[in-house]
Design a binder for this molecule. Structure first.
Ligand SMILES: [Zn+2]
Ligand SMILES: [Zn+2]
Length: 136
């Protein structure tokens, strides 16, 4: 998690910049950073070498704070969460089926959000809720 200041406290758009991991080119672009627990997940392409990366941004929900947090990675955090959730649901289903063979009944509610915790330097702890698509 990294933290940066917003351009304008009343605007969710931030002036995002990053150095390409592959060629070192400085890429700059405006991106939305909605207040957490909402988030914006964007695919980024380096303007010089075309290398792709992804960023997940959210603004600190403290109204007095002018900062936003972001996670930048080659892999998609929402995809990991979804993949992991599918794996868990599959394993739980196996367990439920086994229990059913023995006459037991188990029902498990699968969560709809996966929270990623963040701490802003202003002292606010919050989470970004990654939505888990319906897996049924
Ligand atoms: Zn590049
Ligand atoms: Zn803050």
């Amino acid at each position: 998690m990294l933290v940066r200041k917003k351009m304008d406290e009343n605007y969710i758009m931030v002036d995002f910049s990053y150095y390409c991991y592959r060629c070192g080119h400085l890429n700059e672009l405006p991106l939305d950073a909605p207040d957490a627990p909402a988030y914006n997940h964007v695919d980024l392409t380096c303007g010089k070498c075309g290398d792709g990366t992804r960023v997940l941004l959210a603004s600190c929900p403290n109204p007095d704070c002018k900062q936003y947090v972001y996670w930048i990675n080659d892999i998609s955090i929402p995809e990991i969460v979804t993949g992991f959730a599918k794996y868990m649901v599959h394993n739980m289903q196996t367990m439920i089926d086994k229990a059913a063979l023995q006459g037991a009944e188990i029902s498990i509610d699968t969560p709809h959000n996966y929270p990623i915790n963040a701490s802003c330097p202003c002292g606010t702890d919050f989470s970004v809720d990654i939505t888990i698509p319906d897996l049924d």
